[in-house]
Design a protein around this ligand. Structure first.
Ligand code: SF4
Length: 372
């Protein structure tokens, strides 16, 4: 272990992890007025100030007291990959010397040639990941810790600061399994979707999971219509077991039971994500079964040809195979997309930049190869 990792908690807490109710309680408990909470939230999320000293409509003693206990953002920008007008990956250092990655995807032209107004960030929910999906760099060095709600929300503010863009779409598809960090995820979702917080429309927030069936049912109770995406990658247990170790704990039957439950609670379509891997899950029989499963829960299917990951041996199928797979699903009447563009530079699996940085600093051992 390197000396750069600090296991002590930070001296002050981040304000970004607190809800309106939390801040009101703090104000009252510290002898102040509850309406100060609204003023603090306006400084944080409307004016996006970088320090408590800039909250100028708070009386000086309130600011002084607040600064003794809190700071604003825990994330320190370290590195950016990618050019200004393209997808960019940001590496941030956390208070304990660990690193987290966030990806910004700018507005682009859609299939109809029209410019989309969507500015997306792909946020991380954990440092590392315990779920070990076989195509993913994040799982290579195992799980380190959960991100706090403040560290999740802080990614959005930090990326807006670096890019100068206003983000209006959030996907939880970065490093980590969000549903394994459910308490902090739900807190962050409250701050992200509330009018007093980041005020992002719930339909513009997607949580992606490897398939933690019980937590999917719990998240279904979150009273805001967020979207759900499932990393499926195999239409039968036999094939999914090869790619998603989580499938041995919650096999496809359990997973789809939880998705039926979700459908009863939420109107939004579920997305089934399916990475096409040559000779592993690209057989047309898998396509037929996938189409039936998608129909059963009225889901859409996103097909993503595999991108090479350092240290992993799998290959991308030919375009011909990808199109044939897509056609089987589309012919069954399922809304399907096939994303053929490659992301070998920075779009590749989340976790690679952090792995390189922590490995270089000796914080973690060199990643081991898949198939271990
Ligand atoms: S895909 Fe997600 S859940 Fe699976 S190992 Fe990577 S970060 Fe973890």
């Amino acid at each position: 272990m390197s000396a750069t990792v600090n296991t002590q908690p930070p001296v002050t807490r981040s304000l970004l992890g607190l809800s309106k109710e939390d801040l009101e309680q703090y104000c009252v408990a510290s002898g102040g007025k509850p309406y100060r909470a609204k003023q603090m939230l306006e400084w944080l999320y409307q004016h996006r100030v970088g320090s408590i000293a800039e909250m100028t409509n708070l009386p000086a003693p309130v600011r002084e007291q607040l600064a003794k206990e809190f700071h604003i953002n825990d994330l320190h920008h370290v590195e950016t990959k990618g050019a200004d007008d393209t997808t960019r990956k940001f590496l941030f250092r956390l208070h304990d010397g660990r690193y987290v990655e966030t990806v910004f995807i700018p507005a682009s032209k859609g299939l109809n040639g029209r410019q989309s107004s969507r500015k997306t960030i792909c946020v991380s929910s954990q440092v590392g990941c315990a779920y070990g999906c076989k195509f993913c760099a994040s799982g290579l060095a195992g799980f380190t810790r959960n991100l706090s709600a403040a560290e999740i929300v802080g990614q959005m503010l930090a990326v807006e600061k670096e890019t100068g863009e206003s983000i209006n779409n959030i996907v939880f598809m970065g490093m980590g399994e969000p549903l394994a960090n459910l308490k902090n995820l739900i807190k962050a979702l409250e701050i992200i979707t509330s009018h007093w917080g980041l005020n992002i429309g719930a339909r513009s927030v997607t949580v992606s999971t490897s398939g933690l069936a019980p937590q999917i049912k719990e998240l279904a109770e979150f009273p805001v219509p967020i979207r759900l995406a499932i990393s499926l990658h195999g239409a039968t247990d036999e094939v999914r077991d090869l790619i998603m170790p989580v499938n041995t704990k919650w096999p496809i039957k359990d997973l789809f039971n939880s998705l039926h439950h979700w459908r009863l609670r939420k109107k939004q379509k579920i997305s089934l994500e399916y990475i096409l891997i040559q000779g592993v899950n690209d057989d047309l029989d898998q396509a037929s079964i996938l189409a039936k499963r998608a129909k059963g829960i009225n889901a859409k299917v996103n097909l993503i040809p595999y991108n090479t990951v350092d240290g992993l041996d799998w290959k991308r199928p030919t375009e011909e195979v990808c199109y044939a797979f897509r056609d089987v699903i589309a012919d069954a009447g399922i809304n399907t997309t096939l994303r053929l563009e490659k992301g070998h530079d920075i779009n590749a699996a989340c976790g690679q930049l952090r792995l390189k940085k922590e490995t270089a600093e000796g914080i973690i051992e060199a990643p081991i190869k898949a198939g271990r």
